[in-house]
Design a binder for this molecule. Structure first.
Ligand code: NAP
Length: 455
């Protein structure tokens, strides 16, 4: 895939970039390696100051950065600006809390004194996706840099200007040269970077295929990884739920970022007694959305990020329709330039069609009817994914059943699945492993060192 900025709303190629050569990659690795030797010795209090500066820069430049996101991957501008603001929150969260998360933990043993220390590993490679091009990177970079690691970013090939902007922000914030560098490289160049002895660990957010590829190479080299992969999150609605509220939240849960989110609610599993009423509300709300130019602040639904994403979602929807599913609304591409697909609700999905097993990465709600909560949980758990799950019920025992029995990295009751710096984020099954964010996230890429001191 060429490294380029291609406007998803028009198809116009705005800028192209040349991938780094092997020699240039080596130079960046050398610089990162040298930077680590000095950076690991910087005081944590100094690192927290730099991260606070980064938060201030993100706040100051939210509109400029939001415009780059919108240009490169088509996110409606109001969402792009709030993505930048969310990055400020993760920077401030780790700047404020890293000293506590990384403090030595005394442990009572037979030693005169023993404790657990958290020390950096070295260079950590981050391979990141385009769908939240700033948020995904800052939620990696903030804890990694606080822990004393240095970062290398291989961003998705369609968001090079976002990638370069992130490096500039961190440099302007005061982080030393080499502490965080962007590598403009293609996917095929990642393996050699992972294999380089100076790279000590890697994180990847993206598809199952990319995760398996990076994870297997890192495994051969015995390097830790965190993989945040795909999802097909269920959104279960039971009769006791506040249907109006559930339907309003469902629209955001499915259509935020034009449906291109790993934790989007993708399968709406509805109790049969409220399914018609819920569907009527959902359809009405989908119909009221403004589809348009992502630069327009009134736009709710923009283009998909690339022609490939558009082709994939179109193929999946047409296959479901051909198998007998019905479209309550939408069901096709929009007849306009750019990668636009109509917000779609599919019903009557025949067992065995793609909706039961594949991730739908676009503005398409898949709906299913079930007779009871057991059937809802069985259907929810029947995919290879296990990222998030949302369950709507006012009944305590049903809430407990959903929390206990849904196979997912997160269960949200009467709310949509979302990321929050204070809560760990990650999946199980083919949605990946490891956790980002919160205390757990900063402990993924550290040497948890046992210290024992005798008399
Ligand atoms: P993708 O193709 O896997 O791309 C993600 C990143 O991996 C890009 O930087 C890409 O580079 C790189 N890449 C691709 N193939 C690779 C390989 N074989 N080895 C090393 N790197 C490789 O993912 P996508 O389809 O663009 O993104 C959407 C997917 O990401 C969805 O499945 C979504 O659910 C998932 N996602 C998960 C989370 C989460 O937190 N769990 C968050 C967001 C997205 P190029 O761009 O150069 O190909």
């Amino acid at each position: 895939m060429a490294i380029a900025t291609i406007n998803p709303a028009t198809g116009e190629t705005v800028a192209t970039f040349t991938a780094l050569t092997d020699a240039e990659i080596t130079e960046k690795l050398d610089r990162a390696d040298r930077a680590f030797l000095a950076y690991r010795r910087t005081l944590l209090v100094q690192r927290t100051r730099w991260l606070h500066n980064a938060a201030d820069i993100l706040e100051r430049d939210a509109e400029r950065l939001g415009a780059i996101i919108t240009l490169e991957m088509g996110k409606p501008i109001k969402e792009a600006i709030s993505e930048v603001r969310k990055c400020t929150s993760v920077c401030r969260y780790y700047a404020d809390n890293a000293p506590e998360f990384l403090a030595d933990q005394p442990v009572d043993t037979d030693a005169k004194f023993s404790y657990v220390a958290y020390q950096p590993l070295g260079i950590v490679l981050a391979v990141m996706p385009w769908n939240f091009p700033l948020w995904q990177v800052f939620r990696f970079a903030a804890p990694a840099l606080m822990a004393g690691n240095v970062g290398l970013l291989k961003h998705a090939s369609n968001v090079p200007q976002c990638a370069l902007a992130i490096e500039s922000i961190l440099l302007e914030a005061g982080f030393p040269m080499g502490a965080f560098q962007t590598l403009l490289i293609g996917a095929s160049q990642v393996a050699d970077v992972v294999r380089d002895d100076r790279v000590k660990a890697a994180a990847l957010t993206g598809s199952e295929h990319a995760g398996a590829s990076l994870g297997s190479i890192a495994g051969e080299c015995i390097k830790p990884t965190v993989l945040e992969l795909g999802g097909s999150d269920p959104f279960i609605v039971m009769p006791s739920a506040d249907l109006e509220k559930a339907a309003s939240v469902a629209v955001i849960a499915r259509l935020l970022n034009t449906g291109q989110s790993c934790i989007a609610a993708k399968r709406f599993i509805l109790h049969e007694t409220i399914a018609d009423e819920f569907l009527a509300k959902l359809t009405e709300k989908f119909a009221a959305l403004t589809i348009g130019d992502p630069k327009d602040p009134t736009t709710d639904i923009g283009p998909l990020a690339t022609p490939t994403i558009l082709e994939d979602i179109d193929r999946q929807v047409q296959a479901c329709l051909a198998a007998g599913a019905k479209a309550a609304i939408g069901g096709s591409r929009l007849d306009r330039p750019g990668n636009y697909f109509a917000p779609t609700i599919l019903t009557d999905l025949p067992p065995g069609c793609a909706a039961y097993s594949e991730e739908f990465f676009g503005p398409v709600a898949l709906t299913f009817r079930v007779p009871n909560l057991e059937a809802a949980i069985d259907l929810a758990n029947s995919t290879v994914f296990g990222l998030g799950a949302s369950a709507w019920t006012m009944i305590d025992v049903e809430q407990k059943q959903a929390i206990d029995q849904l196979d997912a990295g997160a269960v949200f009751v009467n709310g949509m699945v979302k990321s929050d710096p204070r809560l760990p984020f990650g999946g199980i099954k083919k949605s990946g492993y490891g956790r980002e964010l919160a205390r757990q996230g900063i402990h993924e890429f550290v040497n948890i060192k046992t210290v024992w001191i005798g008399d």
